[in-house]
Design a protein around this ligand. Structure first.
Ligand SMILES: Nc1ncnc2c1ncn2[C@@H]1O[C@H](COP(=O)(O)OP(=O)(O)OP(=O)(O)O)[C@@H](O)[C@H]1O
Length: 881
């Protein structure tokens, strides 16, 4: 009953949990080949429902396995299917295992018939009163028999969809239990070797009973769609995000690998049927996601491309399933591409129908044969690959992402003894087993690696592992679907599959987003160009190219050029200087980085040397201790010799003591001899000198010297450019100096004139005062005003003075205005105060003079400095020439 058991919530801690302590799995390995170890029949473990209820359900489902088996042999279909498939139902019975040659049994349907399985309903029914011989056979093989004689409900466990799993995991292991097939029912009855306990755990019911925990355990009644949602859909999301992804189907022959990966495809309608497998569903979802992404990120101009290829590995040879004449293809390794198959055809695909066509075409070319376990057994490993690439633009950067999706349907593992294979089938089986055992070995080594043991991973021992090395322990998010049969007759194979899956759980992959940063160079260049444009724009509009104290009086020097022209010329020369500077800086930076690296290695070496020196110090300390001990021995010896001379010590006793002491001394001296610090020091010195020699050799031989010389000459050039530029500025300053001198002279003349003027005015005033005593005061006043107005307006003496000032010179203009006012006010008769004002003005003029002199001196100093620099530059030029 589908709802008989609730979905069991995933316990995150249980994921990595190994088998329960109560169970001992390893013991089983040895017991596999010996039936004597199997326990006696056990009580059925599955729940036994009310028989009336079961009967009702059995009746309703119309499923009578016994009847169906007799009617159509292995494949008894409750509901007939309209499928383009050739003959799974019409295939020969299992016993015809060796009658179907490889390749001849091409099938258009991509999976097996459901005929033998009571799928579609969630409860599998069992009839009472099964053949006694089945029971005895089960007992004889020692597998515990469960639910053999009753209609038994197989509990349904829903799988939980957990997309967040992939955030912090790179490998997922899922067990898929398929329903019992008719052939199993016929040959072994309804006995099961597995009991599922939850969506994550199951019990293997052999001896010893063993519990396994996995990321997911998919029960017999899980639909293809649900399985896709749990295992396939997140793979698509991973690929869209740029992670390599891989899905393996592993399991014994006939366990449902092809059914899981491909399933059945209703070719006529080009529409996915309920039984279609994970691969077509993945592509249906992938294309809808691509459309969504492209739509939602239109502003980033996101676009995707998908390229597919399909190959098989049969007897260690690679064949292109989409171009079957291309056989024995070679594997190549490339730094950028990784491992790839040379000359494998790739097709661009845009819709799920494109993919289905390729799948059908490839499946038709796959090596198939009938085996004891599967009338349509795939005898090869097939790998359907899709490379998903995407491009978009963001923040003026071009982004490129890619992901490789590998969908692998492995050939079925089988025990040669039980498969009864001969001839070609036997050779096939040997090759299949060889590559699968290499796969197992690779996984074992990877597990060792994950535990910190350094181990060689034998990827190259089989084509399969070599091709898929990224998916195993590499850059990939990988799902392993381990398919198992629940039947007692496959108990051994089921156990070994479970063990394989359990080991695979421990693989640690290192998946990373495949995003190419090569587009960034272009983007950076674009950015540099933009910045340059911005810079030149700023220069144009803010006149940054001029030195800050550049006087406007340089005008006459560049006569004939408009200020705009000059600015453009300045900008251009500045830009070209800046460009040169940037280039030079880049070269210098590269050199500095290189030297820093060298320094780092030198530093590392020094550190090592220091370690050695520390060791030497320790040795020295030990030495001192030893020497002290030896000295003590000597003292004792002297004492003994004295007592020997005294006669207080017998000679033989002395000799024995002496012998003992000498032995001890030898023991002490031996290690000193072995690791003499002197010797170590010399050895170290030797190594250091050798390294130095190598360094010098590389300095001369590997062009380091040339590079340094080049850098030096570049630096010199840069210096010369700077000096020339400074010289240019200094000549400008020189002209500025001349202007200032002239201005200064003007000021002087103006000052003396002003003084003269003031004296004249004072004189005039005195005369006026004497005259005014005899004149009418109002008349006098009128005359004064008129004459002062006349003086200012008709450009007589004042007007001539004005020609000395340039209209742009602020100080001179201000002075001139002040003079005008003061002159006017003197004329207007405010005698004393105005006189004072004029004096103040003269003082201001004088301080202005001082300031100008100081400025002049400063400029001369600058000038001298630049001249010196220029001379130096010339000298360097001469030396370097
Ligand atoms: N979960 C399932 N539900 C219904 N039918 C299934 C299921 N799994 C497998 N089958 C059927 O079992 C038969 C064998 O399955 P399939 O061919 O997929 O096995 P296989 O593992 O690929 O075998 P081989 O390794 O020999 O190629 C097919 O008829 C298939 O339809």
């Amino acid at each position: 009953m589908s709802s008989s058991k609730p979905t069991i919530a995933r316990n995150p801690h249980s994921r990595n949990q190994q088998e329960e302590p109560s169970t001992k799995e390893n013991e089983f390995e040895t017991s596999l080949n010996s039936s004597a170890h199997f326990p006696p029949p056990r009580t059925p473990l599955n729940s036994i429902p009310d028989p009336t209820q079961c009967h009702k359900e059995t009746h309703e489902s119309g499923f009578d396995s016994k009847l169906e088996t007799t009617r159509s042999g292995r494949f008894s279909t409750g509901t007939p299917r309209v499928l383009i498939r050739h003959g799974k139902a019409a295939q020969s019975e299992p016993n015809s295992a060796h009658s179907t040659p490889a390749r001849s049994a091409s099938r258009n349907s991509l999976g097996g018939a459901l005929g033998g399985y009571a799928t579609g309903t969630r409860s599998l029914q069992f009839n009472k009163g099964k053949d006694v011989s089945f029971l005895s056979s089960r007992v004889s093989r020692g597998i515990s028999v469960s639910n053999s004689d009753f209609s038994v409900e197989i509990p349904h466990f829903e799988l939980d969809e957990d997309p967040s799993f992939w955030k912090d995991h790179n490998v997922q292991v899922l067990i898929r239990i398929r329903p019992l097939s008719n052939i199993e029912k016929v040959s072994q009855g309804y006995g099961r070797c597995l009991k599922q306990e939850s969506g994550h755990t199951l019990l293997w019911l052999g001896h010893p009973e063993t519990r396994f925990t996995f990321d997911h355990v998919s029960c017999e009644t899980i639909s293809q769609e649900k399985l896709f949602k749990v295992a396939g859909l997140p793979m698509v999301e991973n690929c869209i995000s740029g992670y390599n992804s891989c899905m393996f189907a592993y399991g014994q022959t006939g366990s449902g690998k092809t059914y899981t990966m491909m399933g059945e495809i209703n070719q006529a309608e080009c529409k996915l049927s309920a039984d279609c497998g994970i691969t077509p569903r993945i592509f249906e979802y992938l294309f809808s996601r691509i459309r969504m992404e492209e739509e939602s990120r239109r502003d980033e101009k996101l676009r995707f491309s998908c390229k597919c290829s399909f190959l098989e590995i049969y007897n260690e040879q690679i064949t292109d399933l989409l171009e079957p004449s291309s056989t024995n293809l070679q594997l190549r390794e490339d730094l950028n591409k990784g491992v790839y198959v040379e000359n494998l055809t790739e097709y661009n695909v845009r819709t799920v129908n494109d993919v289905i066509k390729l799948l059908q075409q490839g499946a038709a070319n796959r090596k198939m044969a009938a085996t004891y376990m599967n009338s349509e057994s795939s005898r090869s490993h097939s790998v359907f690959t899709c490379v998903i690439e995407s491009w978009w633009e963001k923040d003026s950067m071009n982004h490129f992402r890619f992901a490789r999706l590998n969908l692998v349907d492995l050939a079925g593992s089988e025990r040669q003894k039980s498969s009864g294979a001969e001839g070609d089938r036997l050779k096939e089986a040997a090759n299949i087993n060889k590559s699968l055992s290499t796969l197992g070995l690779v996984i074992m080594s990877l597990v060792d690696l994950a535990h910190g043991k350094h181990k060689h991973v034998p990827y190259r021992d089989s084509r399969l592992t070599f091709l898929l090395q990224d998916s195993l322990g590499g850059n990939s998010k990988t799902t392993i679907i381990a398919n198992v049969s629940p039947s007692t007759c496959s108990a051994h194979e089921t156990l070994s599959t479970l063990k394989f899956a359990q080991r695979a759980k421990l693989i640690q992959n290192n998946a990373k987003v495949n995003e190419d940063a090569s587009g960034d160079v272009g983007a950076l260049q674009k950015q540099i160009q933009q910045l340059k444009d911005q810079l030149s724009f700023l220069m144009k509009h803010h006149d940054l190219s001029r030195p800050l104290c550049m006087p406007s009086s340089e005008g006459p020097k560049l006569a004939g050029q408009s200020s705009e022209d000059r600015r453009i010329i300045d900008n251009q020369s500045m830009l070209s200087i800046e460009n040169k500077k940037v280039k030079c800086m880049e070269a210098i930076l590269a050199g500095a980085l290189r030297r820093e690296k060298l320094a780092e290695t030198a530093f590392q070496k020094l550190e090592n040397e220091m370690e050695h020196v520390d060791q030497l110090i320790c040795q020295k300390k030990e030495d001192v201790q030893h020497t002290k001990l030896i000295l003590r021995f000597r003292d004792e010896k002297i004492k003994q010799l004295e007592s020997l001379i005294d006669g207080s010590l017998p000679a033989d006793h002395y000799l024995m003591e002496e012998n003992k002491a000498l032995k001890e001394e030898i023991q002490l001296l031996q290690p000193r001899l072995d690791k003499s610090p002197e010797l170590t020091r010399f050895a170290l010195e030797n190594i250091r000198l050798l390294e130095q020699l190598q360094l010098f050799q590389s300095f001369y031989e590997q062009g380091e010297r040339e590079m340094l010389l080049g850098e030096i000459s570049e630096l010199r050039d840069q210096l010369l450019v700077e000096l020339e530029r400074n010289l240019k500025f200094s000549s400008r300053y020189e002209s500025q100096d001349n202007d200032t001198v002239r201005e200064f002279e003007d000021c002087r003349t103006m000052n003396s004139k002003l003084m003269r003027e003031v004296d004249e005015l004072l004189e005039l005033k005195t005369n006026h005062d004497t005259d005014s005593l005899s004149k009418d005061p109002e008349e006098t006043r009128q005359i004064d005003i008129c004459s002062s107005v006349e003086m200012i307006s008709d450009g007589s003496e004042w007007g001539d003075e004005m020609t000395f000032f340039t209209p742009t010179d602020d100080i001179s203009l201000q002075n001139k205005n002040n003079l005008r006012t003061s002159a006017a006010s003197i004329q207007s008769g405010n005698t004393q105060a105005e006189l004072m004002e004029a004096r103040l003005l003269i003082q201001a003029m004088e301080s202005e003079q001082v300031r100008l002199i100081e400025e002049l001196q400063l400029m001369q100093e600058h000038n001298n400095m630049y001249n010196e620099l220029f001379k130096e530059g010339q000298q360097i030029k001469r030396i370097s020439a």
